[in-house]
Design a protein around this ligand. Structure first.
Ligand code: C2E
Ligand code: MG
Ligand code: MG
Ligand code: MG
Length: 289
């Protein structure tokens, strides 16, 4: 233990606490610098239709690439950014870049679906959230139709009444809303049907559990709940062909995961889009001839 005199108080740290605090501060500083120097970028992961194998949309995922420490994973920096409030600025950078990329792909005729952007609880609680989103969409002349927001259960269940009002104002603009990591937080079914939602995203933990019968039943139930509420379902973190087979049997229409593709840089995702378009054009020519 180290004892540090501060006035007449002694602060005690053990080494682990000390190291964690230092690391946290280090990441906080890296993020502050990174926001100034544009070290945050956006990767995209395709969401595919299980029946047709066609691209239905993609999720924008933030990547933090520092000059000295390389890539820092979201699992490391997002929780700290949530605590410090830096997630608000980071989230806006992601939305801004995602809108710019989608607008470009739209203009190039490469894509005309929705991009899903993760929205943190801190952003969701901003009194001027809708105005901020409108401003970014307007900046890129991107209609709100092309945007989907992924929100976790915790974010909307904190104050469900207030959440309904916020979600309604987003939904009224044509923005789609998805519950992310569904089943890992606490959702009330009573509220679930009141939220103006479009999609439930089944968390990877449930997908991994499908090796057992109980696990499959669980995913079956989630898919059924979603469809009974007129929502679409996306399974997250799908890695194996066996999982794809089970999910399509369970009528889960959309799949996201390494099985199809890891999250890709904008440059690589653009190549993915071009290839995907080639496949669709081939199919059309086959039908015509
Ligand atoms: P999420 O929104 O649930 O995103 C899915 C995560 O699962 C991503 O991790 C993705 O790379 C990973 N993933 C996708 N398919 C597979 C797979 O087949 N196998 C495995 N093992 N993993 C897969 P990532 O990019 O590290 O992001 C982690 C979390 O960080 C996200 O979970 C989200 O909660 C948060 N996050 C990422 N980007 C943003 C952002 O721009 N804003 C906010 N607020 N949070 C973000
Ligand atoms: Mg997400
Ligand atoms: Mg998720
Ligand atoms: Mg997650």
């Amino acid at each position: 233990y180290h004892a540090k005199q501060q006035g007449n108080r002694y602060l005690f740290f053990n080494d682990t606490m000390n190291r964690q605090a230092v690391k946290r501060l280090q990441i906080e500083n890296l993020m502050r610098f990174g926001l100034k120097e544009d070290h945050f970028c956006v990767f995209y992961q395709p969401k595919m239709n299980t029946e047709t194998g066609e691209l239905v949309g993609m999720e924008a995922l933030v990547r933090f690439i520092t000059p000295n420490k390389g890539l820092i994973s979201p699992a490391q920096f997002i929780p700290i950014a949530e605590e410090t409030g830096q997630i608000i600025e980071i989230g806006e950078v992601v939305l801004d870049k995602a809108c710019a990329d989608v607008k470009r792909w739209l203009n190039q005729g490469l894509f005309s679906g929705r991009v899903a952007v993760n929205l943190s609880a801190k952003q969701f609680a901003l009194p001027d959230l809708t105005a901020r989103i409108d401003a970014i969409l307007q900046k890129h002349a991107l209609p709100s139709y092309f945007l989907e927001l992924e929100i976790t259960e915790g974010t909307v269940m904190d104050d469900p009444k207030e959440a309904i009002a916020i979600m309604k104002s987003l939904s009224a603009r044509g923005i789609h809303l998805a519950i992310d990591d569904f089943g890992t937080g606490y959702s009330s079914l009573a509220y679930l049907k009141q939220f103006p939602l479009n999609t439930l995203k089944v968390d990877k933990a449930f997908v991994d559990d499908m090796a057992t019968e109980r696990g499959r039943n669980m995913v079956d139930s989630i898919v059924t709940i979603a469809h009974n509420l007129d929502l679409s379902v996306v399974a997250e973190g799908v890695e194996y062909a066996e999982q794809v087979d089970i999910l399509s049997e369970l009528n889960c229409e959309t799949i996201q995961g390494y099985y199809y593709s890891k999250p890709l840089s904008a440059e690589h995702f653009e190549e993915f889009l071009a290839k995907q378009q080639g496949r669709q054009t081939n199919k059309l020519t086959l039908v015509k001839s």
